[in-house]
Write a protein that binds this ligand. Structure first.
Ligand code: HEM
Length: 382
């Protein structure tokens, strides 16, 4: 894909992956993310300690408000060298922010946060949050760990790593090589993520402060803006992979009552900028759909339709996962709440503001079904 194509026709997507910070081997994942760096040299309390002692476990153990984040200095990206350090800094600050905001559950509403003066690049929750236990071992579940975690224990680990392995499995697709063999080996959330832990813990920490009734006014970032800012939470809708596949296959999502197309488009703002540019360039390139339509070749059409159908199936499968992890889990949580409230008012209220919404803030099922259906409509009839 990276080499030039010797032909009279305009080449199909002559995009050099490396110029979009995409790896031939790891796709959109950051190959070999940094695990530790002295980000906090300006702070006597934090400097000189391994990174994970400087706040990375904050939300898992003691509330941030009793420790680390109150001592946070203003950090400057000028101290950082290169993309890897910037990604790691962003990862650490994002986790600190999420931990700090949601540590008391969705009823917490902190008035302010200390953050660096500039807004940092988009979330690397998965892309830059992995390391091999054995540096020479394979990129497999057993040999991987997230660099940073929030509450959720093994389920959070499973959620991050399954998403990571899906990203990795999609690499042949980005290079326009058949993707099936890899996809079959990809682990599934059901084995690694407990629905109750996902629903009542992980989901809350991944939530943002846009379209979230628990923080309807957003968050004031001191030193950045006097106005409250609203950002969506972490969602795989921000993963570049499916956006790239949609553009490759010429799938146009509808601007329906759920504003599905607009929501997905907005999620692109949270991609690393080079990856977002990649998706935009695919859109502007000669698409396989266009080539297929102009060729009129039935075998090409069948191959194209198999790709579209596989993408629609993947989206249907994802809906069944979301049903299990949100709809069914929500019903169970509601029943439990009813039982507990009979036990008395002292019982802590389980999180409920995002019951029918995803962490990205979408109205889940109508949104997911809309994009699954438009994907199906992308099939080309004879
Ligand atoms: C416990 C497992 C999961 C749950 C509960 C879940 C939930 C959701 C929800 C609620 C949305 C709607 C957008 C939002 O508001 O956030 C969404 C979108 C999305 N999710 Fe997941 N998800 C899970 C796992 C995954 C995994 C492993 C992937 C693979 C990388 C993935 C890929 C996507 C994509 C690409 C979208 C955007 C919609 C699309 O293009 O089809 N999800 N997910």
């Amino acid at each position: 894909m990276e080499g030039s194509v010797d032909t009279e026709e305009p080449p199909l997507l002559p995009l050099a992956l490396s110029s979009f910070h995409i790896s031939e081997e790891f796709g959109f994942l950051l190959p070999d993310p940094l695990v530790g760096v002295f980000l906090f040299e300006g702070s006597p309390q934090l400097a000189g300690q391994p990174l994970h002692h400087r706040g990375l476990g904050i939300a898992g153990s003691a509330p941030c408000s009793q420790g680390f984040s109150w001592q946070m200095p203003q950090l400057s990206p000028q101290q950082l060298r290169g993309r890897e350090e910037l990604h790691l800094a962003h990862l650490v600050l994002s986790f600190i922010t999420m931990g700090y905001v949601w540590q008391e559950g969705e009823e917490a509403n902190p008035p302010f946060l200390w953050l660096q003066q500039e807004l940092l690049p988009p979330s690397y929750f998965v892309l830059a949050n992995w390391r091999r236990k054995d540096p020479n071992g394979p990129l497999e579940m057993e040999n991987l760990d997230p660099i940073i975690a929030l509450p959720g224990g093994e389920s959070l680990r499973g959620f991050i790593l399954v998403t990571l392995l899906v990203e990795k499995a999609a690499v042949p697709g980005i290079k326009l090589v058949p993707v099936h063999a890899a996809a079959h080996d990809t682990p599934c959330c059901s084995y690694y993520v407990d629905p109750e832990v996902f629903y009542s813990v992980i989901r809350i920490f991944l939530s943002g402060w846009k379209d979230n009734p628990a923080m309807a006014h957003g968050l004031i970032y001191e030193g950045v803006s006097p106005e409250a800012l609203a950002f969506s939470g972490g969602s795989a809708a921000q993963s570049t992979v499916l956006h790239a596949f949609d553009e490759l296959l010429g799938i146009c999502h509808r601007q329906d009552s759920e504003h599905a197309a607009a929501f997905l488009h907005r999620m692109r703002e949270y991609m690393p900028p080079a990856h977002r540019t990649f998706v935009e360039q695919i859109r502007g390139a000669v698409s396989p759909r266009h080539l297929m339509l102009s060729s009129g070749n039935p075998r090409l059409r069948a191959a194209f339709n198999r790709c579209v159908s596989a993408l629609a199936e993947l989206r249907s499968y994802h809906i069944t996962i979301v049903t299990k992890y949100i709809a069914v889990a929500a019903a169970k949580a509601k029943a439990r709440r009813a039982e507990l409230s009979e036990a008395g008012p002292a019982v802590r209220k389980a999180p409920s503001a995002l019951e029918d919404k995803g962490t990205g803030g979408s109205h889940i099922f109508s949104f997911l079904k809309s994009i699954r259906d438009t994907t199906r409509e992308g099939m080309i009839r004879a």
